[in-house]
Design a protein around this ligand. Sequence first.
Ligand code: SAM
Length: 218
Amino acid sequence: MDFSVARRRMVEEQLRARGVSDERVLEAMSKVPRHLFVEPGLQSHAYSDASLPIGDKQTISQPYMVAAMSAALELRGKERILEIGTGSGYQSAVLSVLANRVYSIERISSLAGRARRILDQLRMSNVNIKVGDGTIGWRDQAPFDGILVAAGAPEVPTEYLQQLEVGGKLVLPVGDRQQQILLRLTRLEDGSFKREQLMGCRFVPLIGEQGWQAELTG
Ligand code: SAM
């Protein structure tokens, strides 16, 4: 299968045609090899218009959602970004191309380890990954120019607001466990936040101190 042809079609048909117009985002999405981030048996679906399972009941986000969230941060290349929910590492790779440095937190260590290996293979050394509860952010490295949360929160965790630079943007899904609204909050000079609703979405839950409780099983 020619992945570069599939990737170009993905950019034109799923992203540009749906209104993603930031050329830097489109360029990044046309370069990052999404097929390396999905399970080997699903590589032929890597450029389809869908989220896909990555194990541990988690998913790699739909390409359109990765593009739309990246575009919502309005990156120019010099930013330090906090990402919550590394998952497969695909969104981290796209941010690695678009920003100066990416700090990514994943609560499931096997996923974080796998993402690290793929990012190393691609020599994306500006991505730092740590295992832990991302609902409390990354205090040692704050403030950030952008925060992207790839899991659905019941409400906006206050730590994210505190860890955002003036002018910085927080993009995150907020709602119940089944569906959410993608919000963008921009920190203004007077310390208040401009709040925008971008679109409806469906993410796996953000689990942690300032998120949902893990579901009890067994
Ligand atoms: N954007 C990722 C990608 O491209 O593969 C997909 C992220 S997946 C939809 C959401 C991820 O958030 C899961 O890997 C999940 O384990 C993680 N997650 C959920 N709650 C978290 C938390 N409190 N801290 C860090 N990661 C969390």
